[in-house]
Design a binder for this molecule. Structure first.
Ligand SMILES: Nc1nc(=O)c2c([nH]1)NC[C@@H]1CN(c3ccc(C(=O)N[C@@H](CCC(=O)O)C(=O)O)cc3)C=[N+]21
Length: 284
C-alpha cells in the first residue's frame, strides 16, 4: 500500500492565510493581537521553540513579547510577571514555555494565568471546559491533531482511536476531543500490558511518549492513520518521532512525519488561539 505522508507544514500555511485575514479585520478596528511568551532558563530546545513561535507571530502580524528570566528566578517573582501580563490590555495570550526549573511549582504558575489568556489551554478551568464539551481554548497540539484528522476526511465517529501517552498536555486532551467527536477511545500508558494488542486495533493511532521508534510496522493496523507527536534527537542529532517511519511505511494509510507534521500545526494553533482571544474582545 502507498502510505500518504501528511504535510503539516502545508496545512499550517493554510491556517496562517486565514489568520492573516482575521488579523487585518481586527487591525481595522484598532486591535492588534498580542502574545506574551515567557521563557525561564536557557534550555536550547526551549529557546528554539520560543524563537519559532515569535517568528510565526511576526510573519502574520501578531505582536509578540518575549520575556526571558534567569533559571534562579523565584516562584513569587515569576507570579508577579504573570499578574502584570494578566492586567495588560495589549496582551491577549500568555504562554509559559515548559518545562520550568524544579524549584518552581508548575501547577501554581499555570493556575496564575487568567483563563481568558491561557492560550495553551493548560489551566484547570480550561481543562474542565474541554472535558465537559465546551472548550474556551483547546491545547495547541491536540487542536492541531484534530485539524489534521479532519483535513484527511477521516470518519471519526465509530473509529477506534488509540492514544499512547497520557500526559495532561497531549494524551488526555486529545482523548477528550476524539471522544466528543464520537470515537471509541483507548488511552495507553507506560504500564499498559501487551501494548500492541491495543495499537493493532487502532484506526487512528496517536503516539505522544518521547521514545524514538517505539511503534513499528507489526504493531499497527493496515490502512490506519498514524499521528506522531514525538520529537526526539537521534545520535546523529537528527530529529525523529516515536514511530519507526521506515517500518510502518507501506502499511499505514497515512502518517504525520517528524519534522513537518504535528510540530508546525502546534504553533499554528497557538496563534489561532491568540487571534480568537483578541476577537472575543469585540464579541462580548
Ligand atoms: N507551554 C508550552 N506550550 C507548548 O506548546 C510547548 C511547550 N510549552 N514546551 C515545549 C513543547 C514543544 N513544542 C513544539 C512546538 C513546535 C514544534 C515544531 O515546530 N517542530 C518542527 C521542527 C522543530 C525543530 O526543527 O526542532 C517540526 O516538527 O517540523 C515542536 C515542538 C511546543 N511546546
Amino acid at each position: 500500500m502507498e502510505t500518504k505522508i501528511i504535510d503539516g507544514l502545508a496545512l499550517s500555511k493554510q491556517i496562517y492565510d486565514d489568520l492573516e485575514k482575521r488579523i487585518k479585520k481586527l487591525k481595522n478596528i484598532g486591535i492588534t493581537p498580542g502574545l506574551a511568551v515567557i521563557l525561564v532558563g536557557e534550555s536550547s530546545a526551549s529557546q528554539i521553540y520560543v524563537r519559532n513561535k515569535v517568528k510565526a507571530c511576526e510573519k502574520i502580524g501578531i505582536i509578540s513579547r518575549q520575556e526571558n528570566y534567569q533559571d534562579n528566578i523565584s516562584e513569587s517573582e515569576l507570579l508577579k510577571h504573570i499578574y502584570r501580563l494578566n492586567k495588560d490590555n495589549k496582551i491577549n495570550g500568555i504562554l509559559i514555555q515548559l518545562p520550568l526549573p524544579k524549584h518552581i511549582d508548575t501547577h501554581k504558575v499555570i493556575e496564575a494565568i487568567d483563563h481568558n489568556k491561557d492560550v495553551d489551554g493548560f489551566n484547570v478551568l480550561n481543562a474542565g471546559l474541554l472535558m465537559t464539551g465546551n472548550p474556551l481554548f483547546c491545547p495547541c497540539t491536540p487542536y492541531g491533531i484534530m485539524k489534521i484528522i479532519n483535513n484527511e476526511n477521516i470518519n471519526i465517529r465509530g473509529a477506534n482511536a488509540v492514544i499512547v501517552g497520557a500526559s495532561n498536555i497531549v494524551g488526555k486532551p486529545i482523548a477528550m476531543l476524539l471522544l466528543q467527536a464520537g470515537a471509541t477511545v483507548t488511552i495507553c500508558n507506560s504500564k499498559t500490558k501487551d501494548l500492541e494488542s491495543h495499537t493493532r486495533k487502532a484506526d487512528i493511532l496517536i503516539v505522544a511518549v518521547g521514545k524514538p521508534k517505539m511503534i513499528n510496522g507489526s504493531m499497527i493496523k493496515p490502512g490506519s492513520i498514524l499521528i506522531d507527536v514525538g520529537i526526539n534527537r537521534s545520535s546523529e542529532n537528527k530529529i525523529c518521532g516515536d514511530i519507526d517511519f521506515t517500518s510502518v511505511k507501506s502499511i499505514a494509510g497515512s502518517i504525520t512525519p517528524v519534522p513537518g507534521g504535528v510540530g508546525p500545526m502546534t504553533i499554528a494553533m497557538l496563534l489561532t488561539n491568540t487571534v480568537e482571544s483578541a476577537e472575543r474582545l469585540i464579541k462580548d
